[in-house]
Design a protein around this ligand. Structure first.
Ligand code: AG3
Length: 288
């Protein structure tokens, strides 16, 4: 029997997922990370960094739509958006779909990820790098948010897990910088892993963010290749009303933006703030 080579994810101890490598496309160590891109029959092109799936052609829309449209539509008048990480271009693509957004800055530490993904995952950025509202900065995210004089309405931390270079994007220093780089009324969101398997990360992020923001919570979506159940996205602002908008308000903002999505809709937005009881219980002591 001939077996296809497989790629195994190494994120969780004693448990994980594998993909057949139907066609290897790229493998290299960049200055910062070990990057692979390959073709898989079930999920299309897959990009992984340091043994962890970052994005796949088939299910990336769920993650990118939820991290872009939930905060931007909740804000209601976002003009400036900062993406931290996001080197595959998928987040940028979704942010550019908002006609009301006037400037988009993306701060990616690894220029290699940006160029390899433009070459091998062109449908992620889908031309968004040419948007006249866009500025690319190759820099460390912590460095950028602590140094910049600019202010943003929405900050999206499209980071890796807190392993390797991405670890700095889960520190108090980074969260303080983000708070400082937000306009009043601004919203910060961040990828926070799958809470069933990475509950400690959610608890830690919640505790750290609560030092800088008066309203800290999570919202969620199930992304199949972020294996192990729902992914939680950290949510931080100073206004609890921003995550309690009603359906008519969200529906009219969604219509005004002229978006057509494959995962996001106003009812999904509303429901995504409902969290499982085990997570709420784990967060409760941290909130005291
Ligand atoms: N970065 C988030 C990948 C997180 C995977 N983590 C996990 N399975 N726990 C995605 C980059 C997409 N733009």
């Amino acid at each position: 029997m001939s077996e296809k080579p497989t790629w195994n994810e190494t994120l969780h101890n004693g448990f994980g997922q594998y993909f057949s490598v139907d066609q290897p496309l790229y493998r290299d160590k960049t200055d910062h990370q070990d990057l692979v891109i390959f073709e898989n029959a079930a999920f299309g092109r897959i990009m992984a960094l340091d043994g962890v799936v970052q994005t796949t052609e088939r299910d990336e829309f769920i993650y990118h739509e939820m991290m872009a449209h939930v905060p931007i539509l909740a804000h209601g008048a976002a003009k400036s958006v900062l993406i931290i990480g996001g080197g595959d271009g998928g987040m940028l693509r979704e942010v550019t779909r908002h006609p009301g957004v006037e400037s988009i800055t993306m701060v990616e530490i690894d220029a290699g990820v940006v160029s390899f993904c433009q070459q091998y995952l062109p449908n992620h950025s889908a031309g968004a790098y040419a948007d006249p509202r866009f500025t690319l900065v190759i820099d460390d995210g912590v460095n950028f948010v602590t140094q910049t004089q600019q202010k943003f309405d929405v900050i999206i931390s499209d980071c890796t897990d807190p392993i390797g270079p991405g670890e700095s994007l889960f520190t108090s220093e980074f969260y303080a910088g983000c708070k400082n780089a937000l306009h009043p009324g601004g919203i910060f969101v961040a990828q926070n892993g799958v809470c069933f398997l990475q509950q400690d990360e959610a608890v830690t992020s919640h505790r750290k963010l609560s030092h800088y923001f008066s309203d800290v919570s999570f919202y969620q979506a199930a992304v199949p290749t972020y294996y192990g159940g729902i992914m939680t996205f950290a949510w931080a602002s100073d206004n609890p009303a921003l995550r309690e908008l009603d359906l008519p308000t969200l529906t009219s903002r969604f219509a005004a933006a002229g978006l057509r999505c494959r995962y996001y809709n106003p009812a999904i937005h509303l429901g995504s703030f409902a969290l499982p009881q085990y997570l709420l219980d784990a967060l409760a002591p941290a909130a005291e």
